[in-house]
Design a protein around this ligand. Sequence first.
Ligand SMILES: Cc1cc2nc3c(=O)[nH]c(=O)nc-3n(C[C@H](O)[C@H](O)[C@H](O)COP(=O)(O)O)c2cc1C
Length: 190
Amino acid sequence: MTPPPTLAEVRAEAFRRLAHGVADRRSAFHTPALATLGPDGAPAIRTLVLRGFDPGTRTLALHTDRRSGKWAELAAEPRAALHAYDAAAQVQLRLSGRAALHAGDAVAAAAWAGSGPGSRLSYGIAPAPGTPVPEPPPAPREAEGGGEAHFAVILLRFDRMEWLHLHHAGHRRARFHWRPEGLEETWLVP
Ligand SMILES: Cc1cc2nc3c(=O)[nH]c(=O)nc-3n(C[C@H](O)[C@H](O)[C@H](O)COP(=O)(O)O)c2cc1C
């Protein structure tokens, strides 16, 4: 029987899965769920596409519309959590940290330049996402334009990561906490 992985190996695998989630749209980690806190303290959660991951700074990149609810929530409370579950691998990842918001700056401009026409389209939609309307609006068309003004990047730098691997020889759960003094890592009872 293969021995259980070390914490360092688990950490490396989690980072590999995040990088893979960016690169492979079929990966379960390509569409994690982002949780924020609303102004009344209630949680809100939704699916987003994972657009980037910098392992050196533990920073995830996500794209959104600056008129969205999540944007206002993160502007008021930058603490956020991200969840992903790969059912085939039976691996759950839970991350939490702080979000930095980028709109109308160099970070947003670079991300916009790297976005395809299909991704850009939805940012030109009017009225703003989340506005009540009497019926579902038609799909946005190329001509609408103006999307860049609404396009925004969320950079979520996580300092906590929890890994859960459902395993026939015993589930494996590990927690990593990057503190200013250094990394604290431990196995947890699953
Ligand atoms: C598969 C999938 C991918 C999505 N990707 C994004 C995304 O990258 N950015 C985004 O803002 N919303 C994305 N959404 C829509 C969000 O889940 C959400 O409905 C929307 O952003 C409004 O959220 P809010 O009102 O909490 O801001 C995606 C939804 C699905 C189902």
